[in-house]
Design a protein around this ligand. Structure first.
Ligand code: C2E
Ligand code: MG
Ligand code: MG
Ligand code: MG
Length: 282
């Protein structure tokens, strides 16, 4: 009886495992096919200069226009793309597409606009990353200073010495480097400063806590310290007017969030270059 029960359990386990493996396999094939069929696209969310109220840049955020499921957010497919390695060709596509779009905008007269692209861990750790970025810039004719790369603390901290080398090579090319979701990892700002990064992006978790007393104190302290270390600061996830006012008082350089604009298709963003009104910045 026992042996049989164990046997059945094994059978159930094997079936489940099969289902998981084949689901994973199907998703992986879907992702690969989606890339070949051109089902990925980029939305852009503006970055606003807190002094002038102008749009100074935009972050490229990938979406998957799934033929059946509709528009999928990156949380639904980036982890699997990371796991399967498909993030490498996908990340490379994002980079090229963002640079291509930026070149178009530069040619249409928006000369100072910058585009930020998110890098994934695996993409960053891949040995050809610097070459891939150079290729994307060369192919599209974008000047390196207008491309910003967003990395996370954990990407840098996982293998600090390798990361340092890669970051130094990227700085030699002339691209801008920023630390995304700052404050959610476990790096110290002073150690982080020993890497050649230009900008900190304060994680939305902290912005969310404004005007809560401690939220405001933490954000103030981060901005002061970052500035004293010659780092620029941008706040992400800004949703309320009172947050903007506090950030402005604290001397934050740029802001990004639903209060200003959601991530939108490129033609919609282009329309905003002319009409964007940030009078609510005070
Ligand atoms: P992230 O780089 O931190 O991007 C910011 C995310 O916050 C975006 O979500 C954006 O839509 C959302 N967001 C913007 N403003 C607000 C706000 O005011 N409130 C709130 N609650 N959220 C706001 P999204 O587009 O779903 O992207 C999620 C994450 O997926 C990104 O976080 C990034 O880590 C990753 N991701 C997106 N595109 C790419 C890509 O091309 N490559 C890689 N490797 N990762 C990407
Ligand atoms: Mg980002
Ligand atoms: Mg972020
Ligand atoms: Mg993130």
């Amino acid at each position: 009886y026992r042996a049989k029960e164990r046997g059945n359990r094994y059978q159930i386990y094997a079936n489940e495992l099969n289902a998981i493996v084949s689901e994973q396999w199907t998703m992986e094939r879907n992702l690969r096919g989606a890339l070949e069929r051109g089902e990925f696209l980029l939305h852009y969310q503006p970055k606003v200069d807190l002094q002038t109220g102008n749009i100074v840049g935009a972050e490229a955020l990938v979406r998957w226009e799934h033929p059946v499921l509709g528009m999928l957010s990156p949380a639904k497919f980036i982890p699997l793309a990371e796991e399967t390695g498909l993030i490498i060709p996908l990340g490379d596509w994002v980079l090229r597409e963002a640079c291509r779009q930026l070149k178009v905008w530069h040619e249409r007269g928006h000369h100072a606009l910058k585009i930020a692209v998110n890098l994934s861990t695996r993409q960053f750790q891949q040995k050809d990353i610097v070459k891939d970025i150079l290729h994307a810039l060369a192919e599209t004719g974008v000047e390196p200073a207008f491309l910003e790369l967003e990395l996370t603390e954990s990407m840098v901290m996982q293998a600090p010495e390798e990361a340092r080398e890669t970051l130094e090579r990227l700085k030699e090319i002339g691209v801008q480097l920023s630390i995304d979701d700052f404050g959610t990892g476990y790096s110290s700002l002073s150690y982080l400063r020993s890497f050649p990064v230009d900008k900190l992006k304060i994680a939305r978790e902290f912005i969310h806590d404004i005007p809560d007393r401690d939220g405001e104190k933490i954000v103030n302290a981060v901005i002061q310290l970052a500035h004293s270390l010659q780092l620029q600061v941008i706040a992400e996830g800004v949703e309320r007017q009172e947050q903007v006012e506090m950030l402005k008082r604290a001397g934050c350089d740029e802001v990004q969030g639903y209060l200003f604009c959601r991530p939108i298709p490129p033609h919609e963003l282009e329309a905003k270059f002319q009409t964007f009104n940030s009078s609510f910045l005070v």
